[in-house]
Design a protein around this ligand. Structure first.
Ligand code: MG
Length: 271
């Protein structure tokens, strides 16, 4: 967009002359950045357009992406929930670590720390060969705030109702596409979750999800209509702003690796 503006200006000669006077780049108060102070205030902020004093985004060292046989690493500012070594970030459970992979046993796995708005990355693998009843095959799930489930399921080989397939908002909204890999192969979920907001005991804003499954967009700002429920519709019930993150046990030894989360400050999400 900036390139287009610069390209267009010289073609409007009169405007270019008058605008040139006011186009002085100025330094920020801390002298680090340059920008403009003679521009309008962006109405949803306290900053000028192109304001040099608007805080620069913090620098983050990106992680190393995983490959099928090689585990990646998290970005430098992430909270690593599981890196293959221990379960210190989780409540006590019977879940097992095998060859650096987390294996579902019985009972959900709940994080010690509570989260609200966040970016989550995890990798999962359905058992190969598939085992157990159809509804259990590769079945696990990602529960944000203990309530809102993004489904994990072997949708490569098994077909159940659309709103129960892999990457669905369980019981509510199927993914845009089915990007599921075969069982026995690693799959990535990258999810941006916005927590619901409650005011005076009532829902003010619903939760929302944007998500990539194996790098493919499957949800774009999808609204979550209420807590996860099977065969019924449950309305929102007010809860605290931060709640633990949960991985689901559904009778199937799904595996996980490289699980990390980046909490997002609520004020940043609202900006
Ligand atoms: Mg599930």
């Amino acid at each position: 967009m900036r390139t287009m503006c610069i390209t267009l200006l010289p073609s409007i000669a009169a405007f270019a002359v008058s605008a040139a006077v006011a186009q002085e780049l100025v330094k920020s108060r801390d002298g680090v950045a340059v920008g403009y102070k003679d521009t309008p205030i962006l109405p949803w902020t306290k900053y000028h357009k192109h304001d040099p004093d608007r805080p620069l985004p913090p620098q983050v060292q990106p992680g190393r992406p995983s490959t099928q046989s090689d585990v990646g690493t998290a970005p430098s500012d992430a909270i690593v929930l599981f890196d293959g070594t221990d379960l210190n970030r989780w409540q006590p459970s019977t879940w097992q670590i095998e060859n650096g992979e987390l294996v579902v046993t019985e009972g959900n796995l709940e994080s010690r720390q509570a989260f609200g708005d966040c970016q989550l990355h995890l990798e999962w693998q359905a058992p190969n060969p598939p085992r157990g009843p159809q509804m259990n095959r590769g079945n696990s799930g990602v529960y944000f705030m203990k309530r809102y489930e993004v489904q994990i399921f072997d949708s490569h080989t098994e077909k159940i109702y659309a709103d129960g397939s892999a990457a669905s908002i369980y019981g509510e909204t199927p993914p845009l596409v089915n990007a599921t890999r075969p069982p026995g192969r690693w799959q990535t979920y990258d999810i941006i979750f916005t927590a619901p907001r409650f005011k005076d005991g009532k829902l003010e804003k619903p939760a929302r999800v944007t998500m990539l499954h194996n790098g493919v967009l499957v949800h774009l700002n999808t609204e979550i209509h209420g807590p996860c429920a099977w065969r019924e519709i449950k309305p929102y019930e007010p809860h605290t702003a931060l709640e633990p993150f949960v991985l689901q046990a559904h009778g199937n030894p799904v595996r996980f690796r490289n699980v990390w989360i980046r909490p997002l400050a609520p004020e940043k999400s609202a900006e």
